[in-house]
Every structure is written in C-alpha cells, then in structure tokens.
Design a protein around this ligand. Sequence first.
Ligand SMILES: Cc1ncc(COP(=O)(O)O)c(C=O)c1O
Length: 497
Amino acid sequence: MTTTLDPIRPGGPFDHRRAPLLEATKRFLAADITPFCTPGHKRGHAIDAEYAEVFGAAFLNADIPMGGGLDTTHFNHGLLVQAELLGADAWGAERTYYLINGSSTGNHAFMLGTLRPGDKVIIARDIHKSLMVALIVAGVQPIYLAPELHPELAVGLGITPAAVEAALEEHPDAKLVALVSPSYCGVPSDLVGIAAVAHARGVPVYVDEAWGPHFHFHPRLPMSAMASGVDGSVGSTHKILGAVTQTAVLNLQGPLIDTKRIGTAVGMVQSTSPSAPLFVSIDASRRQMMLEGKERLEGAIALAENARRRLQAIPGIKVLDAAQLGLANYDLTKLMIDVNELGLTGFETEDLMRNRFGLQPEMSDLVSVMCIVTIGDSQASIDKLVGAFEVIGRERKGAAARSAAQRSSGEVIAPGQQAMIPRDAFFAPARAVPLAEAVGAVSAELVIPYPPGIPVLAPGDVISAEKAEYLREGVAQGMYLSGPEDHELRTIRIVDR
Ligand SMILES: Cc1ncc(COP(=O)(O)O)c(C=O)c1O
C-alpha cells in the first residue's frame, strides 16, 4: 500500500482539510485486502451473528489494525505521526500523542515519563482516579493541595497560584505541579498564574484537561492548557468533541519536560494492537474542530445558555453559573443542576430522567445531576431536558434534605491526613475490616464515588469519621464506588500495621 498524497511533515504547512488516517482507511477499504493478520474475526466473518446484526457489517469491516492495516506492519508511512502533527498544530502543542485508552493513558504516561520513584509532586486533591493510579504506578510522593471550595455551594474552585507557590516554597525539591482543570463541574484554575510560579522555579506543570478538549476552539470558553503555557495536558476528545469513546490527546510543549521519554511511556501503557477506527476518529474530530469548531461550539454554547436560563426559572432548581460562583470564566457547556430543594437526591433524579423521560445525565450525586451540552445537541434535545425538569419540578416532593457540602466534589475530597505514600500503602500487607471499625486506620485502597471519579480515600490516607460516614450514606442512597474490593463498603481494606 503506497501513500499517494504528500506526507505531512514537522513544521507544516498544515492543511486541516486533510485527515491522513481517514484517507488511509478509505484506501484500505477500496483495496480488497484479504487479511492473514489480526483481528481474528477477519473483517466480520467470524463474529457472533447477533453481535454482527446489532453492530452491522460496515462497523466490522472497518475494524482494522494500525500496523498491517492502515499502515504497514513496520509503520513505514508514519501515518499516525502525520495525523498527530496535525493534532499538535490544532491544539497548539509542540508534540501531540493520540490515545486510544482515554485520558487515563495520558495521565499514566506523563507521570511515568516525567518522574522517578520517590519524587515529590505538588498535586491538587480533586484529581481523577487515573491520576491517583499514576501516582501509585510511578511510586511518587504526593503533596496534596485542597481545592478552594465555594463557601455555600461547596463547588471546587480549583487551586490558586498562591497555594502552588506556598507549596513550592515548602517543598523546593518538588519535580512537578499537577492538577485537574477544568474541574468536573467546569471550573478552570488560573493556569497562566500557576505556570508562572512553577516555571519561575524550573518546575513543569501538568494539567488533566480531560473535560476541556474544546477550550482551544472557542474564545468564550476558558483558555486552554496549551495556550496558558503549561507543559503537558491531556484532553478526552470522546467526552466533549465528535470522537468515539476511549479517544484522547496528550499535548506537550516546552523545555522542562522530555517529550520523547513521555512518548516512550505512551508506547508502554497503550495497547500494542490499537484499533485504527479509534485513531481515525481523533483525526476526523481534529479536522471537524479546525474547519467548523468555532461555529459548532457557538451553537452548543447558545443551547446550553438557553437550557440554563429555562432550568433556573423552575422553582426548586438551581443551575451553577459563573456569576453564582464568582468566576470570570466557566465552561458554559456544563449544566450542574442542583435538585436538593426539590427534596430529591441526584441519584433519584437520574433514575427519573432515565426511566421516565428517556434522558441520561453524565453524573449524579447526593444533591445534583450533571448534564453536558456538546456540538451534538439540538434545540429538540434541550427542550426534552427542560420539559422533563418542568414536570419533575411540578411534582416536587418536599424541602431540601441535605447540605451542598454533600456534593461528591465538595468537602469530602479534602486531603485529610496521610500516613504513607499511595504506592507503599497499596502494596502493604492489608486486611478487610468493617467500615465502622476502620476510622483512624490507614486505607490500603482507593475509594471513589463514580462518577465523578474523584477519590474520597486514597491508599495511605487516614480514614476520618466524616469520610466514612459520607461513604456509608452515599452507598445507602445508591452511590457506585469504584476502587474498593467490597463495592458496598461493608468492609474496607486497611494497612496492617
Ligand atoms: C478529570 C478526569 N481525568 C481523567 C479522566 C479519565 O478520562 P478517560 O475516561 O478519557 O480515560 C476522567 C474521566 O472521567 C476525568 O474526569
């Protein structure tokens, strides 16, 4: 298979009408190749009949590997790198790696490629499970920073440059500053300010921008991590853009990180048999954003604003906005809908939305549900959402039952006391004890309400009475816990000391 089009080279020119992986897919499909290579289903010929009926012949025929499919088994055409060069230009990075196991892979690869066991990392505590796992895998020592919380709404307001500066003063040997921005609720941190204080000490900054891959493409959205000058960031193209599930981009720039070593780490944590359709989807989504992203995002923002205004008019419902949070900047496409004053939990509301109204929110917790609006929404989808809440509002059950602090991204994720680094606690001898007896002991496992996936307990944390009670009540109300061996948390594994 030869490449007939000009290859895309470092330094450009970058023609964003091109989509090298999509072009290669079309060439492959037109070439009538009989595979004597993986995948074993041989372009759909060895697939369970019902699966084939549900997913269709076109889907299976296009399940092509990268090596020995889109490219040769020796990757002679460097097609993936060509696509990534376009990606780097699109997201404003020096080097971009495409990921097919989500932002999670980017978080693991960045930490493995940047740190050594025992290194100190100044890291916000409202991190996602995957960053916490990266701390365990890399064996580093986290210096946790508690996100600022809005005093009444208990919404995390990110971490400040002043907090990062103070931590760097106290730990001048720290090797990295890492944080999540925007937060799950859509709140960005002051990345320009954080980069300035860290870079002044020669320390790189890594931003988990899983929820912000669209920021780079519209001026009314918060400034993107790359535009803010941080050294590395990861964005889940599948969460917000028009790309399929599991796709993400890892963006890198600047002299403070080793781009090649991080690339090696990507190759270590990513599958050695990546699915080409996933990579192709990132390629196509990059093209879509570059050619029509601003206009499409303009539409999505207008729809989200329409929904926010109409939902806020329903008695008993609050929807977070920048003014309420006292922020200049906020991801306008996020709808964090508080249902507490309706006398409902977010979990009950999610059930109602799904089973009665045919709607699926992104997340629910004790006090709220989160809905995301993307370039895939329409006035009809927004009307359906608002219409359902008008009915739910009319049938309100009673008065507020809880405090906003019971939000899954609220006080409960404050760092608390650490007795060991996460890796040591994870590998230490441990035993399961009833939750009530675990207060004061050191957690040997991650305990994470999912979504949003922010650990309430990390290995090495001392289990406080407040966190134990929050988790007990959450599970009683229907919270799903990722991480612990006992998902119901009747027991929890503690370090045997
Ligand atoms: C802040 C944050 N980072 C990383 C991830 C992981 O992203 P992915 O699902 O693309 O692996 C998530 C997932 O929800 C997240 O919320």
